[in-house]
Ligand binder design. Structure first.
Ligand code: ATP
Ligand code: MG
Length: 283
């Protein structure tokens, strides 16, 4: 069984505005994580962000999957961000302010971000952006517990974390990885989303294509609620490809309703008590 690494101590130099915001309780930072690739993190990130914006919140979304940015396509955002002073100006879609490395490169461009500058790239995407005054900062992580995910956790310690899984994944394995991530950044798991949960036939019958139980088991293992079961729907994939997330383009669809219900639950979850480690102030 994997052993959990000891929490790493980092020295943070957050930009003054984000630092100040992170010190307040109003900004809630939520990392969207998974134990495995392709389970729907980006889909959940984009739909949660747009659902929260549709519910009246100011929302920032960071695509931290720097080697496989998929959020720009999911929001049909391809224009290069402008700069304002030393800050990047986020691109806005459906009331969500987005920053992604994918906005700077063609989709098929091979991206080489070597280790030493990777952490700085992640930090810039989070901090050196003119976010304004967001209520929520949603961060779409790359899969697993690699260096990029750990860099994010270290840059915004004390964040909440939602773990996305499919029904058939072995909950214990996912839970161990989630716990690993959480230990690095003192993250607080707040819920699980089971994606590709079931398929509803045109006749209204629900079929569990990928089995069942993964979401419940993972939620239990992490001691957090299961926030929702998102059905497998062609419309979800299509809306993602077209840059028009179902949470806003089809809020009455089965998946759209689930995403909005997840957003409503997220609103009710108290923000974690933040213990911000400032530069030079350990622990
Ligand atoms: N509920 C769903 N119904 C139908 N298609 C879905 C659903 N959720 C995700 N998809 C599709 O599955 C694919 C993978 O989803 P997504 O990119 O969100 O996963 P991911 O976990 O972010 O992947 P990666 O680990 O590569 O970042 C996408 O094409 C997406 O449109
Ligand atoms: Mg993704």
């Amino acid at each position: 069984m994997d052993r959990m690494p000891p929490p790493r101590r980092t020295r943070l130099t957050l930009s003054p505005s984000l630092d100040a915001k992170l010190g307040e309780t109003r900004l809630r930072t939520i990392l969207i994580a998974s134990g495995k690739g392709g389970v729907g993190k980006s889909t959940v990130s984009v739909n949660l962000a747009t659902a929260l914006a549709a519910r009246g919140h100011s929302v920032a979304l960071v695509d931290a999957d720097i080697y496989g940015a998929s959020v720009p396509r999911m929001l049909n955002a391809f224009e290069k961000p402008l700069t304002f002073g030393s800050r990047l100006v986020p691109v806005e879609r459906h009331g969500v302010k987005l920053m992604s490395l994918g906005l700077f490169f063609a989709e098929d461009a091979p991206l080489v971000v070597r280790g030493p500058i990777m952490h700085n790239t992640v930090r810039q995407l989070l901090e050196e952006v003119a976010w304004g005054e967001p209520d929520y900062l949603i961060v779409d992580l790359p899969p697993g517990t690699g260096d990029v995910a750990i860099s994010v956790a270290e840059t915004v310690p004390g964040s909440a974390m939602i773990v996305v899984t499919t029904p058939q994944l072995v909950a214990l394995k996912v839970a161990i990885r989630a716990a690993k991530m959480a230990s690095v950044g003192e993250l607080r798991p707040i819920g699980v989303v089971e994606n590709m949960s079931h398929f509803i036939t045109p006749q209204g019958e629900s079929i569990e294509i990928f089995g069942s139980g993964g979401g419940d088991e993972l939620a239990e293992a992490l001691g957090v609620p299961l926030l929702g079961r998102v059905p497998l729907e062609a419309a979800v994939r299509q809306a993602g490809d077209e840059g028009n997330p179902v949470a806003v383009s089809a809020p009455e669809s089965p998946a759209g309703r689930v995403f909005l219900a997840i957003a409503a639950q997220v609103e009710r979850i108290e923000p974690p008590p933040r213990r911000l480690r400032r530069a030079g102030v350990g622990g």
